[in-house]
Design a protein around this ligand. Structure first.
Ligand SMILES: NC(=O)c1ccc[n+]([C@@H]2O[C@H](COP(=O)([O-])OP(=O)(O)OC[C@H]3O[C@@H](n4cnc5c(N)ncnc54)[C@H](O)[C@@H]3O)[C@@H](O)[C@H]2O)c1
Ligand SMILES: [Zn+2]
Length: 374
């Protein structure tokens, strides 16, 4: 087991992230050690079935009296209406300011439960048990909580740091393959922006990870290393100002593809692409832009392309209008001088923030992925 202590330099907040295979039974003892109140609510993804009952039982054995609030996974239910229903349950149960919230599930459960914890009675303690790759390496770290509005994703929320994150990598064994691939997009992102040895690990073991055939120690190392990278970027951001922006690698064009793809299929929960799938396309486009700008070598760029292709670059991008993707990229990232800020790789493990990428170059990046991955 690995513990990452994440916190602000000024000591204003801090909490441990425990990562390990099969560590869920430690939850009760660890919550006791945090001095959490005797009562609370487990806000949990219903897809986890009996594993949620196991969580409640572990907490009961440690002396906690927890109610269960089931949630549906997926962004469609991550909204104020669902939050209001949860508030209703908490108020009916007469939970007070000493009570606390446990989030069990993917990024949706974490964002929802965190939002509820941030706002219920002006804020109560909360703990996270993330159960998807996205949640374990990304969403559970950094304290961002939010719900969606029909006019935009994550539009309503606040920062509210949890007291602890307990990351049991055993949960990942039941994660459907497309969710694993989407989560691994963020893992590849972490490797390109910060860690060439993580990239080399992925080059050696990607298929084992995608198929969840990797051994428990390898999986713990992988998830732990990624949690460390995100935590380190967030901590350093407090000193260095805009370091956190490097986490947006692949996301500038990726977000645009995601939202244009969503517009093409509004009935579906995530549209044409999952967030992670759009990020794969976004990184492939950024690779082209970076090479056009002479930032990185064709050899490094080929390594990224090869890894993304092994992970699986989603098809269908040729069917989306270039103009709308480019326009959407601009709308998302409006800069004072009209140019776009991009996170672009210098080499595997190091990126630069580039403020003067013109529209033609963005377009070239989009056209490139459309031709290469139709
Ligand atoms: N707060 C942040 O900093 C942050 C960062 C990244 C993403 N997010 C948010 O996270 C959400 C995406 O997270 P996600 O990809 O985890 O989505 P999710 O929570 O919807 O989970 C994806 C799917 O996996 C299912 N699932 C969860 N755990 C499972 C398990 N162990 N076995 C089988 N199935 C399981 C869920 O029911 C769902 O169908 C988005 O809403 C996004 O905005 C937040
Ligand atoms: Zn992302």
């Amino acid at each position: 087991m690995l513990t990452i202590d994440v916190g602000s330099q000024a000591g204003e907040w801090g909490y441990p992230i425990h990562v390990g295979h099969g560590i869920l039974p430690q939850l009760g003892r660890r919550c006791m050690e945090l001095g959490l109140g005797p009562r609370g609510a487990v806000v949990a993804d219903a897809a986890l079935g009996s594993r949620v009952d196991a969580v409640v039982e572990i907490l009961r054995e440690a002396g906690f009296d927890m109610m269960t609030v089931p949630l549906a996974g997926g962004d469609a239910g991550k909204n104020l209406r669902s939050a209001e229903q949860i508030f209703g349950r908490l108020i009916e149960a007469e939970l007070d300011r000493k009570s606390w919230i446990l989030a069990v599930g993917g990024g949706v459960a974490g964002d929802m439960a965190g939002f509820v914890a941030a706002t219920f009675l002006r804020g109560v303690d909360w703990v996270q048990v993330p159960t998807t790759i996205v949640a374990q390496v990304d969403a559970s770290i950094g304290g961002k909580t939010a719900v969606n509005h029909e006019l935009g994703k994550n539009m309503i929320g606040s920062f509210h740091q949890p007291r602890m994150v307990l990351t049991d990598t055993e949960f990942l064994l039941t994660l459907p393959r497309p969710e694993r691939v989407a989560g691994l997009a963020e893992v590849v992102k972490h490797a390109v922006i910060r860690d060439d040895s993580l990239f080399t690990f992925l080059e050696k073991h990607l298929e084992e990870v995608v198929e969840m055939e990797i051994d428990a120690d390898g999986l713990d190392w992988l998830i732990g290393r990624n949690a460390e990278i995100k935590a380190a970027v967030i901590e350093a951001d407090e000193k260095e100002g805009d370091l956190r922006a490097i986490l947006n690698y692949g996301h500038t064009i990726g977000h645009a593809i995601e939202s244009v793809g969503h517009g093409m299929d509004p009935t579906s929960d995530y549209g044409r692409y999952r967030h992670g799938e759009a990020v794969i396309l976004g990184m492939a486009a950024a690779a082209e832009i970076a090479q056009r700008r002479g930032l990185w070598s064709p050899a490094d760029r080929r390594r990224q392309d090869a890894l993304l292709e092994r992970l699986g670059v989603p098809p269908g991008i040729a069917g989306l209008p270039v103009d709308r993707i480019v326009k959407r990229t601009r709308a998302d990232k409006k800069r004072l001088d009209g140019n776009l800020r991009f996170v672009l790789p210098r080499r595997i493990g190091e990126v630069a923030l580039v403020d003067d990428v013109d529209e033609e170059t963005v377009r070239a990046g989009v056209v490139y992925i459309q031709e290469r991955y139709p």
